[in-house]
Design a protein around this ligand. Sequence first.
Ligand code: FES
Length: 114
Amino acid sequence: MPQVIFKYKDKETIIDEESNNLTILEIAHKNEIDIEGSCEGSLACSTCHIIVDKEWYNKLEEPSWDEEDMLDLAAGLTLTSRLGCQVVLTDKLDGLIVSLPFINNDVRLNKKKY
Ligand code: FES
């Protein structure tokens, strides 16, 4: 049962995910963590933008060209940014740490921050 740690809004949520092989976006939605994911994983938005902890970034599969193209549109892009719908949690990633960007391309979520 791999674990993922979400850091956002000055807090940390640790989730032990029973179903292996879910995406970070799916796990966030199951656990009511505010990641939009407007296109539901079809690589047509960047509202599932997450920032992967530096220690973990190179342990992930490489992003596809399509993911990189969508990341180019993400607000607050960092060197360890990924799309949450493209990162699958497996046992190999047990303990993965991700944070949510302070700002993203989702007006609804940005309004909640102010
Ligand atoms: Fe749209 Fe991930 S949910 S690209």
